[in-house]
Design a protein. Structure first.
Length: 308
């Protein structure tokens, strides 16, 4: 039985030979765009300092995402914007009439890609730091996208499909919003916010950037500019976060342990970073019994271990 990749190539070859001319043009522009995305996803960021997140240019790193659709940087062919691809992070909805603009007009619900800004950013988090690019649409819109490498985004894409199905079910429930005895869910018009994900390969993908959001870890534990939810709802935890940043000096470690015990008694809950600092402090010099004692102390003072 042929592999999925072989079948895909067969379908593309058939479309290029027998479909309308503009379809072959779209295949060419999409192929060019996907290759440029994957080159960016494969960028080695190990030698780039973590604190440096902005000021990167595609030209400096010999990347062509910003010019891939215009044939720039010594490309032999000039790709026409007549068959410009749609935003892959915000694709058009499936239409029963199969009308998607014929490669000339913008598909309903999205824009076509006419280029990218010449600079990109790198996220601070992640083993392989994702790149943040700004895509310029045919209607003048600018769309931030996250280009991830060394990460399988296919499972993320499936979860977004699950959330989309949940929204469809909630929408059906919302139809009873004005009826007598409508459910609580329908009155609240619940909806799960989703974002676009386009897996490019088992190790690369493009994600729609969602503004005004934060990572779950930063929301729970806090960061330089905000107090985490744990510290907010369990008084004293933000102070624990601060004192846990001391070095591995044995005297300071003893002081930290005392403060941890006092605040655990007062608040009933420890902070995640403070627990990690206590366990990691001098870990390589502790025997198994000492490590177990620290672990048990942590479990008694942080949920869910505290509840057991």
């Amino acid at each position: 039985m042929p592999s999925p990749i072989t079948l895909n190539h067969s379908i593309i070859d058939h479309l290029q030979k027998h479909a309308p001319k503009y379809v072959a043009g779209l295949i060419g522009t999409y192929t060019c765009l996907m290759n440029a995305y994957m080159d960016l996803a494969a960028l080695d960021t190990n030698d780039i300092p973590r604190k440096q997140t902005t000021g990167f240019t595609f030209r400096k790193y010999k990347l062509k995402l910003d010019v891939c659709l215009s044939g720039g940087r010594n490309e032999n062919k000039n790709t026409s914007l007549q068959n410009a691809p749609a935003l892959i992070s915000k694709p058009p909805s499936i239409r029963p009439d199969t009308q998607y603009g014929d490669g000339n007009d913008d598909p309903i619900g999205t824009e076509r890609v006419i280029g990218f800004e010449s600079t990109f950013e790198l996220a601070q988090s992640g083993i392989h730091r994702p790149a943040i690019v700004i895509c310029v649409g045919s209607k003048g819109g600018k769309f931030r996208q996250l280009v991830k490498g060394e990460d399988d985004t296919r499972q993320d894409a499936v979860m977004q499909q699950v959330f989309g199905t949940m929204n469809n079910l909630l929408h059906e429930s919302n139809r009873g919003n004005d009826s007598i005895g409508a459910s609580k869910n329908s009155r609240q018009k619940l909806k799960v916010i989703t974002y676009g994900i386009a897996p490019l390969s088992p190790k690369a993908g493009v994600l729609e950037w969602v503004d005004d959001t934060d990572t779950f870890g930063n929301f729970m534990l806090g960061g330089p500019r905000n107090v985490g939810a744990l510290s907010k709802y369990y008084p004293g935890m933000h102070f624990l976060h601060d004192i846990s940043s001391v070095g591995n000096n044995s005297r300071l470690a003893s002081i930290v342990r005392v403060f941890l015990f006092i605040y655990a008694t007062a608040t009933g809950e420890w902070g995640n970073s403070a627990c990690h600092k206590l366990y990691a402090n001098g870990h390589e010099h502790k025997n198994q019994e000492q490590r177990r004692r620290d672990f048990d102390l942590i479990c008694r003072n942080i949920s869910p271990g505290k509840l057991q």
